[in-house]
Ligand binder design. Sequence first.
Ligand SMILES: CC(=O)O[C@H](CC(=O)[O-])C[N+](C)(C)C
Length: 302
Amino acid sequence: MGDTARDPHISPVKNFVAGGVGGACLLFAGHPLDTIKVRLQTQHKASCSQKVLYTGTLDCFRKTLSREGVLGLYKGMGAPLAGVAPMMAVSFFGFGLGKQLLQSDPSVPITSAQTFLAGTLAGVFTTVIVAPGERIKCLLQVQSISGQLKYAGPVDCAVKLYKQHGMRSVYKGTVLTLIRDVPSTGLYFLTYEYLKNVLTPEGESVDRLSTPRILLAGGTAGIVNWAVALPPDVLKSNFQTAADGRYSGLADVLQTLLREEGARGLYKGLSAVMLRAFPANAACFLGFEVALKCLNRLAPNW
Ligand SMILES: CC(=O)O[C@H](CC(=O)[O-])C[N+](C)(C)C
């Protein structure tokens, strides 16, 4: 993979604001399939006498729609709404900052390795927001399957977790979130930047890329991100929604899953994840680029 061209300097504040807009677009386009993904990932394997609740993505989608209506697909969106926009804001901010830190000479194009490293920095930054957000979101998404409505909403869930076992409980699953997000975010931004450059016609500026090409680059970045992130994501969802004491540690989550379901278990929810990944991330990058253009028009010298 060749070197990627240098972005013109973008202010960290613009990256942050445009990233937030991208995050809101990602959430609205992607949350219904995220609900399906978490429900599929956390349903337990049936024994001989039991039937699984959902046989696959379509079955889960149909059952959720018929039992809970469209709102069922948007369950648990309160926490991500407060979390995804800031998460993507921090992600784009971290990526921009990483690029500036790693590129000592602005006249030399940034390399693919530097782009990847800048993305991993974004992955570290976002974990502070993502780990508790995912813990709350996953608990809310799976509670209606169990039939026990333990939490009234994201705030109630956060308060109850905090009151029961303190911040440790709110941040349960942080290491798995880092394992999921650091390498995948590096590849996410690397894929997007690489495709943006490849898709830019000879002699044209990368900043004037057409909407379909931005959608293609963003959607593909989402697919690459999830191809790497899914196995740790399955472990994370199971760990974060398990009763306290069910697992002795991260290795135990992995061993239990491999023993009960084999390696295939690590790719639970694959079709829901991939169905969501393309449109959600295409919408995210388009939202980011459009917001950035507006900000540049409103405040060109900022
Ligand atoms: C795993 C994850 O949250 O991926 C984000 C995109 C998505 O589909 O939700 C991207 N990023 C890892 C950069 C936060």
